[in-house]
Ligand binder design. Structure first.
Ligand SMILES: C[S@@+](CC[C@H](N)C(=O)[O-])C[C@H]1O[C@@H](n2cnc3c(N)ncnc32)[C@H](O)[C@@H]1O
Length: 244
């Protein structure tokens, strides 16, 4: 859309006589309007999401600030309700323990989790460097180099949440390598948010089962999304789906 718009505007500028004010064709104008509408919707939907019951009432500390989605990076942020539910689950898992949490490619979850419990130890592994705003909690991560990570992260995390950028076998295999690198042996809780199409691979690679809770995204996606865990959540997250 941006490219199309630029082409239209360049054409207008080239064709316009120096003395005349530049005018957009009706096609360029329509493209511009559509672009501006998309931008303002995106900002309204994603930049700042107020959390429920922020504890200390309204104000910056009760808001979760998100950057605008970049679809070229396969960025689709969770609906606030989804982000809250998963953050609540992770927070409960950590309750009373000094567990460390790794959020692989799920910046919304990281933001909601820290908003819910600023004392929680959480690391965001992300490709998008806009999240460097989280300081030392941010680690640059490209799933194509699954173990190219700082050594101090190795076998350090009891809770790992991952939302891989792609629904391919290759992507899940590489993210699995990253999980193996990060996970603390013995006691570990894994949560994977991805498409239903990854169900069999999630079971084979990581021993995960689908929960009845259905993750939702702010942008409507064509694929059915699921939350898989390696532990029985009991009544939480809608419970594990019964075997068919
Ligand atoms: C499907 S989105 C998951 C976001 C999640 N739904 C949320 O709301 O936080 C995938 C994430 O993968 C990241 N990503 C894109 N390319 C990547 C890459 N090559 N390696 C690792 N992560 C990547 C995106 O920036 C995005 O945050």
């Amino acid at each position: 859309m941006e490219e199309e718009l630029r082409t239209h505007i360049n054409d207008v500028v080239k064709e316009t006589d120096d003395d005349d004010p530049p005018a957009l064709s009706s096609h360029a104008l329509a493209a511009l309007q559509e672009f501006l509408q998309e931008q303002s919707q995106s900002l309204a939907n994603h930049e700042t999401v107020e959390t429920e019951g922020g504890g200390t009432g309204p104000g910056p500390e009760s808001e979760v600030a998100l950057v605008t989605e970049d679809w070229r990076l396969s960025q689709f942020w969770y609906e606030p309700e989804t982000a809250r539910t998963v953050a609540q689950e992770v927070n409960s898992l950590c309750n009373g323990s000094n567990y460390k949490v790794a959020c692989i490619a799920c910046p919304t979850l990281y933001a909601y989790l820290k908003n819910m419990n600023p004392d929680i130890s959480a690391q965001l592994l992300e490709y998008d460097k806009r999240f460097e705003q989280y300081g030392s909690d941010f680690t640059y991560y490209d799933y194509n180099q699954p173990e190219d990570l700082p050594l101090e992260l190795k076998h350090s995390y009891q809770v790992i949440v991952a939302d891989p950028p792609y629904l391919s076998k290759e992507c899940l295999e590489k993210v699995t390598q990253t999980i193996s690198f990060l996970v603390r042996p013995q006691e570990s809780y894994l949560l994977l948010l991805t498409g239903e199409v990854q169900r069999d691979r999630a079971a084979e690679l990581l021993g995960l089962h689908p929960c009845n809770f259905r993750p939702q995204h702010s942008s409507k996606l064509g694929n059915e999304f699921r939350l898989f865990t390696n532990y029985d959540p009991g009544e939480r997250l809608g419970g594990w789906e019964q075997e068919k």
